[in-house]
Structures are given as structure tokens and as C-alpha cells.
Design a protein around this ligand. Structure first.
Ligand code: 13P
Length: 253
């Protein structure tokens, strides 16, 4: 059984005052029936991790450099994130692929750095609207999976997040059928490459306009093990119902 994961990506949002949201999440969700993660901007990682030290909520970064240290102005390494109290890192988010021209190969190297530092690598894949309209979604996702996931991937060190670019921050959500098709494809690809045991143990998250109103429907889709949530993770009042919908899917009563 794969443990469900609700992950929040704060992107370039959040100031010290917003740590109250982290405190509220900690207070509301200790003992959650799912793993919980917030990835705030670098500036808040250490403070957020300190607040969560005795709670179920985990803290992650939103990117890391492939090397452990060196002359790379403005970059942060996986080791530094781990040192600051992070236990995970998002890699290959479509905004970084677009804004920073990140290639699958570079994401692969970052994932290896994350493994080295003991961080969970959340590797993002997803097609653009033009790629979907050209019916090349699965081909694109397949290529991203092959080139960006290292051979050393396991269910313990890797999560794959499917985030269709056209559904991010747009209010457009992929339909359950669209999500199911891609998640089943990702699962099959992972099983082919890593064997059934590892392939079935890697958790698959959906991301793209996940909200309290659509969370339950998305979590019911096959091979959806949780969500990577952007805008709706910024406020506890929005993220908490998403967490509860995931717990309900994990433990139907
Ligand atoms: P939104 O939930 O704001 O659409 O963002 C999704 C995302 O990119 C999470 O990484």
C-alpha cells in the first residue's frame, strides 16, 4: 500500500508572517492518515522546519543544484536544504523547465543530488496545451520519465508528480479520465523500467488547480496517490479540506 501524500508548493509566495499558516497546519493535522509536506521558498525553509520539528508536517525545497557546494551564485544544494531541516525537494517543475530552461538531464542530476542528501525527490512531468492538442501527451511524459528519473529511484526516494502545464494556476483541471490515462501510463512505465515492486511503490501525485471542491474526485482516480497543490496550499483553510479528502480516500469508513 502506498501512503498518500498531500504536498503544497508555495512557489514564490510567503513571508515570515505566513509561518502562521504552517503552525495552523501542524496544529490541525497531527496524526494525519497521509504524509504532509509544504515546500515554502528557500527563505522560510529553516524557520518552517523548526516549527514542524515535533509535528507530522514535513518541509521541502522547490529546487536544488546538482552539486553539493561550489561557485554557483544564487543556487542552493540538496545538502543545504537537508541541513536547513528539509526532507524533500520538488524537481523539474514546469515553471522551472520554462523559466530556467531546465532539461530532463539536468533534473536527473538534481534528483541524484537529492538522493545523496537523503531528500525525497518529487520529480514533475507534464505536457503543454500544444502537446496535448497534438496528441503527444504520452510520448512527452514517457520521454520526461525516461530521462529525468535516475536508475537509483525507489519508492522511498522518489515521487512523480503529473502536472499538465495548461492546468497550473489556470483554474482548468484535467478530467478524471485524462488524469487516469496519464497516471496509469506512468505506473506502467515505472513497472517496465524498475520492476513491479519498485514500480508499484513510487507514489504518483496529480497537480494543477487542485482545490477543496475537486479534490475528492481527483483522489478517487486510479494511481493517484495524492496531490501537489499550488495556490490552494497557501492558506490552511483551503489546504486542510484537501488533506481531509485525501485521508478519506486513504481510509474510507
Ligand atoms: P496550482 O494548484 O496553483 O494550479 O499549481 C499547481 C502546481 O504547479 C503545483 O506545483
Amino acid at each position: 500500500m502506498r501512503r498518500k501524500l498531500a504536498a503544497g508548493n508555495w512557489k514564490m509566495n510567503g513571508r515570515y508572517a505566513d509561518l502562521t499558516q504552517i503552525e495552523a497546519l501542524c496544529a490541525a493535522h497531527d496524526g494525519a492518515e497521509a504524509d504532509l509536506l509544504i515546500c515554502p521558498p528557500y527563505t522560510l525553509v529553516a524557520a518552517a522546519a523548526a516549527l514542524c520539528a515535533d509535528h507530522a508536517l514535513n518541509i521541502g525545497g522547490q529546487d536544488c543544484h546538482p552539486e553539493a557546494a561550489g561557485a554557483h551564485t544564487g543556487d542552493v544544494s540538496a545538502e543545504m536544504l537537508q541541513d536547513a531541516g528539509a526532507s524533500a525537494v520538488i524537481l523539474g517543475h514546469s515553471e522551472r523547465r520554462a523559466d530556467h530552461a531546465e532539461t530532463n538531464e539536468r533534473i536527473h542530476d538534481k534528483a541524484r543530488a537529492a538522493y545523496q542528501a537523503g531528500l525525497l525527490a518529487i520529480i514533475c512531468v507534464g505536457e503543454s496545451l500544444a502537446e496535448r492538442e497534438a496528441h503527444s501527451t504520452l510520448e512527452i511524459i514517457g520521454a520526461q520519465l525516461s530521462a529525468s528519473i535516475p536508475d537509483a529511484a525507489t519508492g522511498e526516494n522518489t515521487v512523480v508528480a503529473y502536472e499538465p502545464c495548461w492546468a497550473i494556476g489556470t483554474g482548468l483541471t484535467a478530467t478524471p479520465d485524462q488524469i487516469g490515462e496519464v497516471h496509469d501510463f506512468i505506473r506502467a512505465r515505472l513497472e517496465d523500467r524498475f520492476g513491479d515492486r519498485v514500480g508499484q511503490s513510487v507514489r504518483l501525485l496529480y497537480g494543477g488547480s487542485v482545490k477543496p471542491e475537486n479534490a475528492a474526485e481527483i483522489f478517487a482516480v486510479s494511481n493517484v496517490d495524492g496531490a501537489l497543490v499550488g495556490g490552494a496550499s497557501l492558506k490552511t483553510n483551503d489546504f486542510s479540506p484537501i488533506i481531509r479528502a485525501l485521508e478519506a480516500e486513504a481510509n474510507p469508513s
